[in-house]
Design a protein around this ligand. Structure first.
Ligand SMILES: Nc1ncnc2c1ncn2[C@@H]1O[C@H](COP(=O)(O)OP(=O)(O)OP(=O)(O)O)[C@@H](O)[C@H]1O
Ligand SMILES: [Mg+2]
Length: 258
């Protein structure tokens, strides 16, 4: 197995609050890791630190064996680690295609000139291919503000994949999406990432979604990882039931990924 992401002693305080406390995480290539934990447990803080959006108070971060501590988010994206945010980062007053063109330019790196055209045939074709993969081609020319919430979340995640990352971190990909749409959204995302062999870590509050898609769970509580392992073992953990889930998990939520 090849480790793609590793943190050592990763710690971050906000005043008296320790949002991340000595996190030692190892993610192997090809894993689909679910991160669970109640509000304020430190899930987003962890993602923010490994993607360069937040500086740790102490500790080390390695992506693909290279230290990424202190690197800018865009440099980390270009190394192959992309992310989505808890709230979609799309420009609501631009069309879906315009958003894709902007994301593609950002993923390509600094442009030689501001006068360089954004809208090229090559980028349009690349955007079209991504829309087709995600089944959102019909929204190509729609303003993002008019696109239904489920499709909007999907487009937001698609934008994170334009840089062709090897690892993708999703912060609550199904938040704000109706119960009926959640599984469709995750089926689509998982089929695309599997096709491209992308390693995934995603934060999720819905335990049915977690049980269905992940190969491993990390349970956060108060800035610490209180359980880490196969879904069934983590759901059976008494501390997880008490501090994260609040009840026992019905065994019929498990999909075939065990
Ligand atoms: N910028 C900040 N300034 C001060 N405190 C912060 C900041 N960001 C996070 N915190 C605190 O750190 C702790 C962890 O927050 P974090 O956002 O990582 O939680 P989370 O697990 O993502 O929660 P949620 O499920 O609500 O998204 C919380 O106590 C939060 O209030
Ligand atoms: Mg969060």
């Amino acid at each position: 197995m090849t480790t793609i992401l590793e943190t050592q002693g990763l710690t971050r305080s906000f005043g008296a609050v320790i949002a991340a406390n000595n996190l030692n995480v190892k993610i192997e290539q090809g894993e689909i890791v679910g991160v669970i934990g109640s509000n304020g447990a430190g899930k987003t803080t962890f993602i923010n630190m490994v993607t360069g959006y937040l500086q740790p108070s102490s500790g080390a971060i390695f992506f693909d064996g290279h230290s990424v501590l202190g690197r800018q988010p865009r440099d980390i994206t270009r190394l192959g680690m992309a992310r989505s945010f808890q709230v979609a980062q799309l420009f609501p007053q631009l069309t879906v295609m315009e958003n894709a063109l902007v994301s593609l330019v950002a993923a390509e790196g600094p442009q030689p000139s501001l006068l360089h055209p954004l809208d090229t045939r090559e980028r349009r074709e690349r955007a079209e291919a991504i829309f087709a993969e995600f089944g959102v081609s019909q929204y190509r020319d729609a303003l993002v503000s008019t696109v239904p919430q489920g499709a909007r979340k999907l487009i937001d995640i698609a934008m994170a994949l334009v840089s062709r990352p090897r690892m993708l971190l999703l912060d609550e990909p199904t938040s704000g999406v109706s119960v009926e749409e959640k599984f469709t959204l995750m089926d689509t995302v998982m089929s695309v990432v599997r096709q491209h062999g992308v390693t995934v870590l995603f934060v999720e509050h819905d335990m049915e979604i977690v049980a269905r898609y992940v190969t491993r769970i990390m349970a956060f509580y108060s800035g610490e990882i209180i359980a880490n392992g196969k879904p069934r073992a983590v759901f059976d953990d008494e501390k997880v039931q008490e501090l994260v889930i609040g009840h026992r998990i019905d065994s019929n939520v498990f999909g075939e990924v065990q």
